[in-house]
Design a protein around this ligand. Structure first.
Ligand SMILES: Nc1ncnc2c1ncn2[C@@H]1O[C@H](COP(=O)(O)OP(=O)(O)O)[C@@H](O)[C@H]1O
Ligand SMILES: [Mg+2]
Length: 249
C-alpha cells in the first residue's frame, strides 16, 4: 500500500483584495507518496513557492487542507504547527538562509537548539559528514562557497530526520557541479532513508533526479509526469505547454 506523507486537498491561496487580489493557488489537489522525490515546475508566478509554503505549514491556505503524516494542519494550534514543522519537516531555500554569525556546525544544530535540545556533537558531525562538509564545521557562511552553504543548509534540514524535505529552487543559485552534489544528496534521502522530497525547480536537469514531475500554471496542476523522467522528456513537455499557452492567448 502506498502511504502519503503529504496530502493537499482543494488548496486555494488568495493574496490581497480588490484590484490587488492575486490567486496564487487555484484548487490544487495532490499528494506526495512516502519515499518519493517530486519536482514541482511551472512558469514564474505559477504558485510553486506558495504551494511549498502552504504544504510546509509556513503559510496558511485560504481554502483547502494540508495533511502531513496523517495530521491536518488546520486542526492544529500555532504552537502545534511550529512543533510539527520542527519535528517532521525540513525546508531548504534558494538563498540558503544560514545565520551569518554562526558557524556551519552551529547552523546545523540550530533546529535542535530551538527545540530546546542539545545535540550530541557526533550528530552534528554526522550531518555535516553526510553532505561532505565534515572539515568545514567551524567555518562561517561567508567562508564557504555557494555549494557548500547549500549543503550546510541541507544538513540543517536533515538534523531532525524529517519525514519530508521541501526545497524551493535549492540549486537556483549554484553552478552545475554544486547543483549535482545537492541533487544527489536529495536523491539519497529518498533512496537510502525513505524520506520524501518535494523540490521546486526551473531546471529540467534537476527535475530528472525526481520520480515525478508536477507542472503548475496559474495556480493549478496542469500536467504530471512519472516513470522514466529525463531532462529531455521534461523539457519537451514544458515546451508543449508553452505552445498550447501561446495558441490560447
Ligand atoms: N505574500 C504575497 N502577497 C501577495 N502576492 C503574493 C504573495 N506571495 C505570492 N504572491 C503572488 O502569488 C503568485 C504566485 O507566487 P509564487 O507562489 O511565489 O510563484 P512561483 O514560486 O511559481 O514563482 C504571484 O503572482 C505572486 O506575485
Ligand atoms: Mg518561487
Amino acid at each position: 500500500m502506498t502511504t502519503h506523507t503529504v496530502t493537499l486537498t482543494g488548496l486555494r491561496a488568495v493574496y490581497g483584495t480588490g484590484t490587488r487580489r492575486v490567486t496564487a493557488l487555484d484548487g490544487v489537489t495532490t499528494s506526495f507518496a512516502s519515499g518519493t522525490f517530486t519536482a514541482v515546475m511551472g512558469p514564474s508566478g505559477s504558485g510553486k513557492s506558495t504551494l511549498l509554503h502552504c504544504a510546509a505549514g509556513l503559510d496558511s491556505p485560504t481554502e483547502g487542507t494540508v495533511t502531513i503524516d496523517g495530521i491536518r494542519l488546520d486542526q492544529l494550534g500555532e504552537d502545534e504547527v511550529t512543533r510539527l514543522r520542527r519535528d517532521r519537516i525540513g525546508f531548504v531555500f534558494q538563498a540558503f538562509n544560514l545565520v551569518s554569525t554562526l558557524t556551519a556546525g552551529q547552523n546545523v544544530e540550530l533546529p535542535l537548539r530551538l527545540a530546546g535540545r542539545r545535540p550530541p556533537a557526533r550528530d552534528v558531525t554526522a550531518a555535516l559528514d553526510a553532505v561532505g562538509l565534515a572539515d568545514r564545521a567551524g567555518h562561517r557562511p561567508s567562508e564557504l562557497s555557494g555549494g557548500e552553504q547549500q549543503r550546510a543548509a541541507v544538513a540543517r534540514a536533515l538534523i531532525t530526520r524529517p519525514a519530508v524535505v521541501f526545497a524551493d529552487e535549492p540549486t537556483g543559485a549554484l553552478d552545475s557541479a554544486a547543483s549535482r552534489q545537492v541533487l544527489r544528496l536529495l536523491r539519497a534521502l529518498v533512496d537510502d532513508h525513505g524520506q520524501t522530497v518535494v523540490m521546486v525547480t526551473h531546471d529540467p536537469n534537476a527535475a530528472a533526479y525526481a520520480d515525478r514531475v508536477l507542472l503548475l500554471a496559474d495556480g493549478r496542476v496542469v500536467d504530471e509526469l512519472d516513470g522514466d523522467i529525463s531532462a529531455a522528456t521534461v523539457a519537451a513537455r514544458i515546451a508543449e505547454r508553452e505552445t498550447l499557452r501561446e495558441r490560447s492567448c
